[in-house]
Design a protein around this ligand. Sequence first.
Ligand code: SAH
Ligand code: SF4
Length: 364
Amino acid sequence: MTEPSQLPADGAPPETRLVSAVALSDDELEQLGAELGAKPFQVRQIRHWIFERGAKSWDECHNLPKVLREQLKARLPVRQSTIETIDDSDDGTRKLLLRLGDDESVETVIIPEGDRLTLCVSSQVGCPVACIFCASGLDGVRRNLRRGEILEQFLHARDLLAEADLGQTKARFSNVVVMGLGEPMLNLRELNPALSRLTDPDGIGLGARRVTVSTSGHPVRMREFAGTDRHYGLAVSLHAADDGLRKKLVPTAKASVQEIVDAAQSYGAKHNREVTFEVVLLDGINDDSRAADALIERLRDLRCTVNLIPWNPVDRIEDLARPRDDRVDAFAERLRHGRVNVTVRRQRGADRSAACGQLRLRSL
Ligand code: SAH
Ligand code: SF4
């Protein structure tokens, strides 16, 4: 298995450093335009085509001169990933498996819920953190996703919304959560530019407050992430407030629970946002009254909400079980009684490849 430190500094081996037009910053687009002799308004048209109109190929950009389109084609593709499979669940969840330029794959998931339409995106191919209950980390991490590959998950999913009727008219994503494959804090270099593009008011225009990044807790990186000027939401996968128990669930974790909670609170204070602590509940492991009381002790009086997630079974993990609903309810009730805000996330996409990372696992 590859540890985070073994990944090349920029996260991707040279052969995977493929660039698509969606990966380019405004400056890089301008530079490309200048090299090809395009006028500034044509550069603006290119930008509009790839981010707002969602063009997949240069041929679609019909108001660009043919010569320019041919030059662009010779230089780089618009996107570097394609949708390989779409997996629909009965509850409306749609999982897309994307094939990347170097033949790796990642998942992105469309989750309709009431009047919200959320997209869950991946940040790495696999995950180095290896939480004992998670499909994404079972085979370690292959590489970091490039910024374009993170953005393309959104663009592909948005294309589908335009095509499919998801029970909404003029469906748009109300939220984006970085909760797919991978540990986002270990790929901030690529994640940050991708999120800036997503929330660019002159482009895709998603509100930063509608973007939530979930981390298994890397305090130094969390503090670095707090330095961005946009007010993204932060969710922290705590799972247990006791260091010994947490270490069983997240064996590679180096930071203590207190360090993680402190970094989370400092993020919340800086961005004036309530932080969410996620707790994946595993039967007989972290779902008893002692575990609940430890969370109360640590989180009471903090500005936060605990999101309880009863574990979704994973194909290759046989020694864990999802707690019964009444145990989950009792756990939630105990936290509430201890003056901790609680929500419970029931299963989504439950009928097929429910847990994050499973669709990719099955395709391997
Ligand atoms: N690596 C980040 C983000 C991706 S995981 C993190 O761990 O926060 C997103 C969330 O899904 C995390 O809270 C994680 O604990 C949870 N999760 C992973 N596998 C799960 C499973 N099989 N059932 C329920 N939740 C799971
Ligand atoms: Fe990685 Fe998050 Fe899965 Fe843990 S839960 S293995 S950090 S993706």
